[in-house]
Design a protein around this ligand. Structure first.
Ligand code: NG1
Ligand code: ZN
Length: 538
């Protein structure tokens, strides 16, 4: 059966050869959507094998290229705990995808199945949940992935029409494996009802208008089912870029965060608007205020950005004050709070967290899988990438302790209610949009007060194409290069000459480029530092 299915996804000669080089990367396989059918089939196969290795627990497969252009697509695999595919299986994914013939594929599969830690692979059963975003190449890729799941002898839950945000699918896998209600409607109900509970009796609303840029992506289809909790609280919610344009084109979280301008169609906004942008698969969110921009130069269309760092700071400040209300009410050790960032976090946000809030910040490698992993070590934690991908985690033992706190302690009750509206498996733009609104309401902060928590240090990010980016090896949460050594020496020298300089170079895990990031006291200084490093990299 396995071999019968394989022919359906035979790819062209060029594509077949190129599969050898494709790596699992920061967040799954990604490239031009039209060239991914063979990859999708093999990923479906692997997701099935993984499910069987987990004794039949569900796994997941999402077809999306997130914030990337419409012609791109990608395959992300979801593990049995609802998180990203376990790192130990990424190399299997690469081997399965690289196989050049059905014979080679069979050998790779046998190798995986026969590994001692995967002994239960041979057992029957196994189920994979599949979904896609709105990209035109998605349908064909889901069809190929379903064929792969079936080739692994597993049940495929989902069809070519199953449209979900990435975090929805992660959540569904987690809930299914916990034996909890896991339908799409359960997800909507949980978020909407949880948010309504947190807002009831609060009186004031933080903003008059909330304007949501849906990036012309799958979030446009799902947002209405949850944001009604906000409109019921008295804020007028408007959805824009709901599918009339091209996904992520001149809109979406990545565009707004990188370009620091209003998305397309954001014109004539009411004065008291708080805006937010989702990305194409609604796992990232950034907020912004139409206005003068941080430079104060007031270029038309510029924005004051409230990025992942500022969302993180708002949440961390709130969690810290909630925990302080628990003092004395909770038995046992003081709960630990974790705050996790990557090297791309703006230096001002890290200083705010450490100096104003007195929290210690953990820095990890880029990619949510790394942040999530670090966050698991704490009772309560929040992680965010500057680009808007993050969530809040509550450990099961901490939730259990909160449930035992006497009813009169509002702090414990509030934290339990907050845990109801966060997605514990992965960053979720819709969930985080609700959470931010709830926190602003409870803190009685205006969006301006939130924006003014700290002022970003000027920064610049550049991309550079090099012949072989794998030549660059990094350490210390990717903030330093081990190789090429002489390049790191040069970067250090350039940084030391820039006032308040900070910079690093790392190979992208999602694009065939090297990223350069620089901060300095002035925008001109940051631009110059990034530019000189780029010249050194070339
Ligand atoms: P790479 O291409 O590895 O830098 C990018 C983002 C990550 C993450 C992944 C997955 C930056 C600098 N990098 O990774 O944060 O979101 O894509 O989507 O934004
Ligand atoms: Zn995304």
């Amino acid at each position: 059966k396995f071999f019968r299915e394989l022919w359906k996804t035979i790819d062209g000669e060029e594509e077949r050869r190129s599969r050898v080089k494709i790596s699992y990367g920061t967040a799954g396989f990604r490239r031009k959507g039209e060239t991914l059918r063979g990859v999708a089939f093999r990923c479906g196969l692997l997701a099935g094998l993984r499910s069987r290795a987990l004794d039949g627990k569900a796994t997941g497969l999402v077809v999306t290229a997130s914030h990337n252009p419409v012609e791109d697509n990608g395959i992300k695999l979801v593990d049995g705990d609802g998180g990203m595919l376990h790192i130990s299986w990424e190399k299997y994914a690469e081997e399965v995808v690289a196989a050049q013939s059905s014979q080679e594929l069979q050998q790779v599969v046998e190798k995986i199945v026969l590994r001692p830690e995967n002994t239960c692979v041979a057992a029957s059963g196994g189920v994979v949940l599949l979904a896609r975003d709105t990209r035109p190449t998605g349908e064909a890729l889901i069809a190929a992935a379903i064929a792969g799941v079936k080739a692994a002898g597993c049940e495929a839950l989902g069809s070519t029409d199953t449209l979900r945000t990435t975090p929805q699918l992660h959540w569904q896998v987690l809930m299914k494996n916990c034996g909890k209600p896991s339908e799409e409607s359960d997800y909507f109900d949980k978020l909407r009802e949880g948010c309504s509970r947190l807002l009831s009796g609060q009186g004031s609303k933080p903003v008059g208008h909330l304007i949501i840029d849906c990036a012309n992506g799958v979030g446009a289809l799902k947002a209405p089912s949850v944001v009604s909790a906000i409109s019921n609280a008295g804020t007028v919610v408007t959805l824009k870029n709901t599918g009339g344009g091209v996904v992520n084109h001149l809109c979406g979280a990545d565009y707004v965060q990188k370009e620091k301008v209003l998305p397309e169609t954001f014109v004539d906004l009411p004065g008291d608007s708080l805006c937010l942008s989702l990305d194409g698969d609604a796992d990232r969110v950034v907020f912004f205020l139409p206005g003068a921009g941080q430079s104060g130069q007031g270029a038309p269309g510029s924005v004051d950005l409230l990025d992942g760092d500022k969302i993180l700071c708002l949440i961390a400040a709130h969690l810290k004050s909630c925990l302080s209300k628990l003092d004395g009410a909770m038995t046992g050790p003081k709960p630990s709070i974790g705050v996790i960032q990557t090297a791309y976090a703006n230096g001002s946000s890290t200083r705010y967290l450490e100096e104003n809030l007195g929290l210690s910040v953990v820095k990890t490698k880029t990619g949510v899988k790394h942040l999530h992993h670090s966050a698991l070590a704490f009772d309560v934690s929040v992680y965010f990438e500057a680009n808007g991908h993050g969530t809040v985690l509550f450990s099961e033992s901490f939730l259990e302790r909160l449930r035992k706190v006497p009813q009169g302690n509002g702090g414990a009750m509030h934290l339990l209610e907050l845990s109801d509206i966060v997605n514990p498996s992965v960053g979720d733009a819709l969930s985080m949009a609700l959470l931010v609104y709830v926190i602003l309401t409870h803190k009685k902060w205006t969006h301006r007060e939130w924006c003014d928590l700290y002022r970003d240090v000027p920064s610049r990010m550049l991309k550079c194409v090099v012949p072989d980016r794998s030549q660059i090896k990094t350490t210390n949460a990717e903030q330093q290069m081990l190789q090429p050594q002489e390049l790191q020496v040069k970067v250090d020298e350039l940084v030391s000459k820039a006032s308040l300089g900070r910079a690093f170079v790392r190979p992208s895990g999602t694009e065939d480029i090297v990223r350069i990031y620089a901060e300095a006291e002035t925008q001109q200084g940051a631009d110059q530092l990034a530019q000189s490093i780029m010249e050194a990299v070339r």
